[in-house]
Design a binder for this molecule. Structure first.
Ligand code: NAP
Length: 294
C-alpha cells in the first residue's frame, strides 16, 4: 500500500507531494496548471492527465487545493478523482474547506466506498516541504490508524480531534483567530505610525509585551517595514478561511456579536486590493485610509 495520488501542487501541495517521493512512495500527480508538476515528474512522479487518471489505482488520494470549489472540482467534477478511485481507497482532504463542505464531501465519498479523512494542516510552505506540518484530523480512529503511513511523510504532529469534520472545525477557528490578530496588528501599527511614534520602539515593545502572539510577531516587523517578499499565505486564502469560520460561527452562535465578521470585511478589502499578495498587506489598506478627524 504505497501508491499515492497527489492533487494540487500550489505553495503547500508541491512540497507535500515531494515528501512522498522522498519517502519512496509511488506517486501520481495532477495540478490544474501542469508547469508546477514538471520538477516532480523529473523526480519520478507520474503525471495524471486528470484527477481521475491520477487517482486510478491509488491506495490513497491526497488533495491540497484552494477552497470548496476547487475541492469539489477535483473530487467530484467531470474527471474527478472519485470517478476512478477504487473502494477502500483513503481519501485525505488536506485543503482548508468549509465545515459544510467537509461533511458533504465525506458523505459523498463514503457513499462511493472510500475512507474519508478530514486533515487540514497548520504550517507554512517550508514546513510542508520539510514534512513538518501539524495535521488537524477528523476521522474514525480505525480510519486514522489506516491512514497513518500516508500522513507520516507530511507531518511531525497529528492532532486527532474526533469524528470527520472536527479537524476542519479546529482549523477554521485557528485561522479566524489568526485573521483577527493580523487585522489587529495592522490597525495598531497604522495608528502608531500616524501618531508619529518611533516604530523601532513600538516593535520592541510589541515583542516584549503581552499582546504579542507568534502570529503577531511573524507579521509586525514585516508590516512595519512594508516587506512582503515571498508571500506564504495570501489575502484571498485568509479571506476564504475567515468567511468559512464565520459561517460556522453563525450556525453555532447565531446571537453573538461576532468580531470575526469585521475580519471577513477587512480581508474582503485586502483580497480586492491584492488577492495573491501576502496577507500582511492589510497594513497598506489601513494606512492608506489616513486623514485626521478632529
Ligand atoms: P496556492 O499556492 O494558491 O495553491 C492553490 C492550489 O489550488 C493550486 O494547486 C491551484 O491550481 C489549485 N486550484 C485552485 N482553484 C482550483 C480549481 N478550481 N480547480 C482545481 N485546482 C484549483 O495555495 P496554498 O497556499 O498551497 O494553499 C492550499 C490550501 O492549503 C488552501 O486551502 C490553504 O488555505 C491551505 N493552507 C495554506 C497554508 C499556507 O501557508 N500557504 C498553510 C496551511 C493551509 P493552479 O496551480 O493551477 O492555480
Amino acid at each position: 500500500m504505497t501508491k499515492v495520488a497527489f492533487i494540487g501542487l500550489g505553495r503547500m501541495g508541491h512540497g507535500m507531494a515531494g515528501r512522498y517521493l522522498d519517502a519512496s512512495f509511488t506517486v501520481a500527480v495532477w495540478n490544474r496548471s501542469k508547469a508546477k508538476a514538471e520538477d516532480l515528474i523529473a523526480r519520478g512522479a507520474r503525471w495524471g492527465s486528470s484527477p481521475a487518471d491520477a487517482a486510478s489505482n491509488a491506495d490513497a488520494i491526497v488533495t491540497m487545493v484552494a477552497d470548496d470549489e476547487a475541492s469539489r472540482a477535483v473530487w467530484l467534477g467531470k474527471d474527478g478523482a472519485a470517478s476512478t478511485a477504487k473502494a477502500g481507497t483513503l481519501a485525505i482532504e488536506c485543503s482548508t474547506v468549509s465545515y459544510r463542505h467537509a461533511l458533504d464531501l465525506a458523505r459523498e465519498l463514503r457513499g462511493r466506498g472510500l475512507i474519508y479523512i478530514d486533515s487540514p494542516v497548520t504550517g507554512l510552505p517550508d514546513a510542508a516541504a520539510g514534512g513538518k506540518l501539524t495535521l488537524l484530523v477528523g476521522a474514525e480512529l480505525a480510519d486514522l490508524e489506516r491512514a497513518r503511513p500516508y500522513l507520516a511523510p507530511l507531518s511531525t504532529t497529528i492532532r486527532h480531534f474526533g469524528a470527520v469534520g472536527t479537524g476542519t472545525v479546529y482549523k477554521l477557528i485557528n485561522n479566524l483567530m489568526g485573521a483577527i490578530q493580523i487585522a489587529g496588528i495592522a490597525e495598531g501599527l497604522a495608528i502608531a505610525e500616524q501618531a508619529g511614534l518611533d516604530m523601532k520602539l513600538v516593535l520592541e515593545a510589541i515583542e516584549t509585551g503581552v499582546a504579542a502572539s507568534p502570529q503577531v510577531l511573524r507579521h509586525s516587523k514585516r508590516m512595519a517595514a512594508r516587506n512582503f517578499d515571498g508571500a506564504t499565505f495570501t489575502a484571498a486564502l485568509r479571506h476564504k478561511d475567515a468567511a468559512y469560520a464565520v459561517a460556522l460561527a453563525e450556525s453555532l452562535l447565531s446571537d453573538a456579536p461576532l468580531i470575526g465578521r469585521a475580519a471577513v470585511q477587512a480581508y474582503a478589502r485586502a483580497k480586492a486590493y491584492a488577492p495573491d499578495d501576502d496577507e500582511g498587506k492589510m497594513i497598506e489598506i489601513v494606512s492608506r485610509a489616513k486623514g485626521k478627524k478632529t
